[in-house]
Design a protein around this ligand. Structure first.
Ligand code: MN
Ligand code: MN
Length: 299
């Protein structure tokens, strides 16, 4: 990895971490989910980062991919467990990080938060070139199950590459038996999820996050204008809200519909636990070395 790439990863990770911690401090009973999301966005831009994907705040049984829509009026309530997931890029090099906030004194919920956090720590402790995906999965699984929860098996960490947020390898949250080894300078996100429910998520409906994959000619002027604007994301996910702000709701929905029928619109619907158990998540981005560099950690 050249110095320029390394520095970009470190800078992206640091900005993501600052935005994550800032957002975490704003998540309080009565605060608006949309306002916190927009405050995190503003912070990322102020710090000189670009969005690797829209900041997401997923509540309770939703593990991931909930992003406040244009008129979202959700407020945090007592008893909520919130996952804030932030992605920043510098020149396409990504820092991806998440934290869980428990708005309750309930011991079980605190333990659920601890489970994903300690699972992440256990995985980070063994990261180095040569460690297998199976060993990482086993370390995560052990921390979560010993507290009586289920790791989410069909969500996983992932490799990162320039303008690619879900590259190989897939970093499992349980022992898959994979003998694939991590290699020097590989960049990966590790993200254990702990659930009080099934430990399996499904794709629900009403996505507010999308990305464009591939190119197809489009007929209508409206869709062409929106698509031209979407090129700025270089294939990375964007929020419905951002596009509505520029183009208005009618035009945006029309364009997204056409892009969907063309097969070049990727949709990221909220991901609830199958049994609607409560879910916690923790995530860091790390450059694999004998002394791993956790880019999204602030000391
Ligand atoms: Mn993430
Ligand atoms: Mn991730």
């Amino acid at each position: 990895m050249d110095k320029e790439t390394f520095d970009a990863y470190v800078k992206a990770g640091n900005i993501a971490a600052q935005a994550r911690d800032y957002g975490k401090s704003l998540i309080k009973v009565g605060a608006s989910l949309l306002e916190v999301t927009e405050a995190v966005e503003k912070k990322i831009l102020e710090l000189g980062g670009d969005f690797a994907f829209p900041p997401q705040i997923s509540l309770n049984d939703i593990a991931a991919h909930y992003c406040a829509g244009p008129e979202d009026d959700t407020k945090f309530k007592q008893g909520d467990i919130a996952k804030l997931d932030v992605g920043v890029h510098i020149n396409g090099f990504v820092g991806d990080t998440a934290v869980t906030v428990v708005l309750s004194d309930d011991e079980e919920l605190k333990k659920l938060e601890e489970a994903s956090r300690e699972a992440l720590n256990a995985a980070l402790k063994i990261i180095k070139p040569g460690v297998t995906l199976s060993e990482i999965g086993a370390a995560i699984h052990a921390e979560i199950t010993k507290r009586g929860f289920a790791p989410i098996r069909n969500l996983s960490g992932h490799g990162l590459a320039q303008f690619v947020i879900h590259d190989s390898p897939s970093v499992p949250n349980f022992d898959t038996g994979s003998n694939e080894e991590l290699v020097e300078d590989q960049v990966i996100a590790i993200e254990p999820f702990a659930s009080t429910g099934a430990g399996i998520i499904y794709e629900s409906s009403n996505p507010t996050i999308f990305s464009i994959s591939g190119k197809k000619p489009v007929r209508s002027t409206m869709t062409r204008e929106v698509l031209k604007d979407l090129e700025q994301f270089n294939g990375l996910p964007f929020a419905l809200r951002w596009i509505v702000k520029t183009h208005g709701e009618g035009k945006t929905k029309f364009a997204l519909r056409e892009l969907r029928t063309k097969g070049i619109l990727k949709e990221y619907a909220p991901l609830p636990d199958k049994a609607h158990g409560l879910v916690s998540q923790a995530e860091h981005t790390v450059i694999v070395r004998d002394e791993p560099v956790i880019t999204t950690k602030i000391d």
